[in-house]
Design a protein around this ligand. Sequence first.
Ligand code: ATP
Ligand code: MG
Ligand code: MG
Ligand code: MG
Length: 475
Amino acid sequence: MTSREIRSRFLTFFKDRGHRIVPSAPLVVKDDPTLLFVNAGMNPFKEYFLGVSNPKYPRVADTQKCLRVSGKHNDLEEVGRDTYHHTLFEMLGNWSFGDYFKEETIGWAWEFLTEVCGIDRDRLYVTIFEGSSDADALERDQEAYDFWKAILPEDRILMGSKKDNFWEMGDQGPCGPCSEIHVDIRPEEERRKTPGSELVNQDHPEVVEIWNLVFIQYNRKADGSLEPLPEKHIDTGMGFERLCMVLQGVRSNYDTDLFTPLIREIGKITGKDYGQSEEDDIAIRVIADHIRAVSFTIADGQLPGNSGAGYVIRRILRRAIRYGFTFLGAREPFMFRLVGTLVAEMGEAFPELAEQRRLVENVVREEEVSFLKTLEQGLARLDAVIAETRGKTVDGGRAFELYDTFGFPIDLTSLILRERGYELDRQGFDAAMKEQKDRSRAASESAAEDWVKVHPGPASEFVGYDALEARSRIR
Ligand code: ATP
Ligand code: MG
Ligand code: MG
Ligand code: MG
């Protein structure tokens, strides 16, 4: 089954069950000081859960572009090293706003995975919320347990803690238990040796979480206590690339048709084939992943820049350029040449990408040209700094110099240091940064300057907050 077909089967399945299919909201969150990018399918619907506005449809389904590179959800460090976390990914989701609840959600998820997708039932595990003995004193989610018990053997229903199986929007607001579905794609003989139940939520690359079903049934009040919600809601999110991995019978998201054309193109351009060395493979995966994140974000109107969301994009792009430079020998701009391949694969599902192809190519190429100018010198400088370093911690002031003079984002410097077995004195960096900022306060930037509206997109329906995200924002 091709990824296009899988996406369309999901949407059709829920359309047939009374859901309104809506387009993905733009990735870049505007008019919200606390969230830079959409990082879950539910973000665009927060208003409904908060009761701020009334939903137009009680049942909705879509595939939502998500970016997890900052704040509460930051998967950047995993990307390329593992085979199932991306910066940008699609989250398939179905929602009920005060309409159906646990029984239908669980039943449909199971029906979709086993009957529509044909996943072997023996490979599926589910988790439910086990309850908590903290101040909330919550009981285990017996309802969810009972619905699952009617479907699959009890030894495949696992108990999960608050961390994995209780979802909260923030310090206050709607929340509730969730039930997650995990799939075990290991070969038969390995499965016989170790039951999948032991590997769920253990970061095993072949026993992965695919679908999160959230049952929004409480409201967390300002005083920290919980009250039952009068209207209960459903919020689900399934990782599309992971689903494609399972259905295409491969062992890595990067072996699905979402990534293989990009990986082939990277090989053609750099002369490095995938699967020859682990070090190069990481670089290839990082580049294939990052070009998606950068392209989709630019197509949604966020240009690379020096602050806010723009700097996140610049950082991701520079990270990919450096991987290409160091491991694949890429000395000339090459990432922009991948955009056409990406458009060929995704332009139909996301027309905004096809429409903005030229803009994306031009912006990426210019960024590459400008960073490649200083990259080589910067790397040489970093070599010199390392050579002078006594011990294993590299001076933060020196890292600041690299940032300031050569445009090395700090996470890039620390990534390179880690590769060489060194650490970065982060406090020293922050202090140097602060000192410079104090000196040039007049030149304070505004994130809005980096924003251009390139397509109208669906009207932004999002209001909300995410305090954690705001606190850990870049700069
Ligand atoms: P994980 O535990 O694997 O990091 P999660 O619990 O953080 O996933 P959720 O917030 O529950 O993920 O998101 C819903 C679904 O989105 C997950 O079940 C997974 O299939 C998918 N997903 C989450 N993060 C990523 C990512 N970085 N790349 C690709 N898919 C992801
Ligand atoms: Mg995660
Ligand atoms: Mg998880
Ligand atoms: Mg989850």
